[in-house]
Design a protein around this ligand. Structure first.
Ligand SMILES: Cc1cc2nc3c(=O)[nH]c(=O)nc-3n(C[C@H](O)[C@H](O)[C@H](O)COP(=O)(O)OP(=O)(O)OC[C@H]3O[C@@H](n4cnc5c(N)ncnc54)[C@H](O)[C@@H]3O)c2cc1C
Length: 310
């Protein structure tokens, strides 16, 4: 297969050499352990390096979302079997948390690569509330902002006050945000941006309250098939219905193709028994969509983002 032009460009630019890896297996970069490769992964350690990457690639005529893409912790991403031909910007090394003020509320800035679980543990230790809903979500702050990650008990949009990042040409922005800027599993402003961090506010509470909320979240997580690689919910819930219940009602719970299977434990999860191929995952997704459309007259929209070549 011919090399994507962005790969030749990046390998010739010496300023990227320290943080550029070629032919990167994506099983370690995705929670589903996708059996594919990325032609290149750029892993910046400083926000300025992200800006430089964007400016230089834009000047050379490459486009965000076409020639390169952002990777958080890969817990909501699937790659087609042919892999990703361009460059992924892996933001997980941008992982600083900075306190702005800490009293009755804790105001802090967290970079895109900070794990949601790490921030939750920090808040838990000092009994600040508002982030317990992320318990068990294996994503990054950047991915959480982009996806407005959450559960019925809370969403990113409820604790975020500002988002920082770059547009596709490498111009830095800070953007104040409120709940109205977000949708269910979406942050429209962030669609064509590279988010490098967010500012959050959490209220002081008591350990008893925080632990109670975490215990409730844990009960829900115990119903999920977490012993297998998965990518969280396959479909968005078509409110007021639940995707998992619909899949179960049309008899697809446990349906398996190759190493990909609709979980027997939770029908809106798909699990990887080892070497699941994207074509099998895709066929399971399409089968569920078709059956539910025919039998229930409801269209299920995928929640997971899909990248790469067939
Ligand atoms: C076991 C399990 C449970 C889950 N439970 C939940 C849940 O309860 N609620 C929920 O909402 N989700 C859940 N998820 C899905 C997933 O964890 C979330 O969507 C999470 O926010 C994704 O973060 P990430 O860092 O892994 O993003 P990735 O999967 O790496 O990326 C997701 C998308 O966001 C984009 N993106 C990532 N980072 C950035 C950035 N910095 N700037 C711009 N774009 C970016 C990517 O390009 C991609 O399009 C679950 C997943 C698993 C595996």
């Amino acid at each position: 297969m011919a090399l994507h032009p962005i790969i030749s460009f990046l390998t010739q630019e010496t300023c990227f050499a320290d943080h550029l890896s070629l032919q990167v297996a994506l099983d370690r970069k995705t929670s589903f352990k996708c059996n594919a490769q990325a032609a290149a992964v750029f892993s910046p350690t400083h926000v300025d390096e992200v800006g430089l990457f964007l400016q230089k690639t834009a000047q050379a005529g490459f486009y965000y979302l076409q020639d390169f893409h952002v990777l958080g912790k890969g817990s909501n991403l699937l790659f087609r079997d042919g892999g990703y031909p361009g460059c992924l910007i892996d933001l997980t090394r941008l992982n600083k948390i900075e306190t702005i003020a800490k009293d009755q509320v804790w105001k802090l800035d967290a970079q895109a690569g900070v794990g949601m679980g790490r921030l939750l543990q920090l808040l838990r230790k000092d009994a600040y509330t508002g982030f317990e809903f992320v318990f068990g979500i294996p994503g990054s702050i950047g991915g959480g902002i982009r996806m407005n990650a959450g559960t019925p008990d809370g969403w990113f949009s409820q604790v975020l006050t500002q988002v920082q990042g770059f547009d596709a040409y490498g111009t830095y922005f800070t953007q104040a945000v409120g709940e109205d800027d977000f949708l269910y599993r979406d942050f429209p402003f962030g669609t064509d941006k590279i988010i490098t961090g967010g500012s959050f506010v959490f209220a002081k509470s008591t350990s008893e309250i925080v632990e109670k909320k975490i215990a409730l979240a844990k009960v829900k997580r115990d119903r999920q098939p977490l012993s297998y690689p998965n990518f969280g919910s396959v479909f968005k819930n078509p409110k007021p219905a639940f995707a998992g219940a619909l899949i179960e009602e049309v008899g697809l719970k446990g349906y398996r193709l190759g190493d990909a299977q609709i979980s027997e434990q939770h029908a809106n999860f798909m699990i990887n028994h080892g070497k699941a191929r994207f074509v099998d995952v895709e066929a399971l997704i399409q089968t569920a969509q078709e059956k539910i459309s025919q039998e229930k007259n409801i269209y299920l929209e995928t929640e997971v983002h899909i990248l790469g070549e067939a």
